[in-house]
Design a protein around this ligand. Sequence first.
Ligand code: TRP
Length: 328
Amino acid sequence: MAKKGRVFSGARPTGRQHLGNYLGAIKNYVALQADYECVYCIVDVHALTTVETTQELRQNTFEMALDWLAAGMYPEESIIFVQSHVPQVMELHTYLSMVTPLGKLTDLPTFKEKIRQQPENVNYGLVGYPVLMAADIVLYKTDIVPVGIDQAPHLEFTREVVRSFNYRYQTKVLIEPQVKHTEVLKVLGIDGREKMGKSLNNHIELALTPEETVKRVREMVTDPARQRKTDPGNPDVCNVFTMHKLFSGQDEVDMINVECRKAGIGCVDCKLRYANNLNKNLEPFRAKRAELAARPHYIQDVLDDGAKRARAIAEQTMVEVREAMQLP
Ligand code: TRP
């Protein structure tokens, strides 16, 4: 079947993926494969802007690729690769940086946030982060970029840099990508307050065992106003109920919605039901993951093959870019 265009997205190698990663990104990446030609990149070069040892990077890249494949990202059709394996992106990054006013980068909210987070390491790479991201996107002549809403300024920047480049060199080689926001809901961590994330240690990894999952789910914070089992609860403010809506059957959701409000079901029981349903949902993922984990060479082969296919597209674009710039 003819595909509707090319999708590109990138994610920093954060190792084992959690429910927030799954619901916020991976699920969409998987679904888009049916209609689009998809290119998915593990952006290890971007990760270098926030000090990490390269050994850790390597491990995190492998674990993330493993989770992606186990979740249904399909390397026979989609291109799944590691950013540093396609060096053309560094070249394009440099050319794009020459048509980028510095102030535009230092004004970005994402840059200001990073200065706050790591004042001891405000490196040059952090400033250029969106330029490298723009290079990622346009190198593959991308039509659509599925990303979270936090990346909206970077996408707008990408569109601007494409216009600047094309205008400066009177060309049309670079394509302005469209953004497609993926986050349907903010997935909260087990604290029921903050967005789920590894750094806050409020996450639930997909690859946990069923027993570990139950343990983690038991730690989830429910309606804070409900002190005792005999108090009525409010599912509307309960993160466990939000998750039930995603992983449990409609009958069970309806039952909880009624019973919780009249203290007919307690939080412990409610959480165990959620944990069981979550475990059932994750069964195929975990089975596939175990199968893949037993074949580490296969993961490497997938990434090597992805890099090869990515480089072919990238080099073609760079030939056109150099020609447009009339570089000697
Ligand atoms: N900046 C993105 C993030 O921090 C990661 C990223 C890098 C990306 N290159 C990209 C996302 C290209 C989409 C397209 O999450």
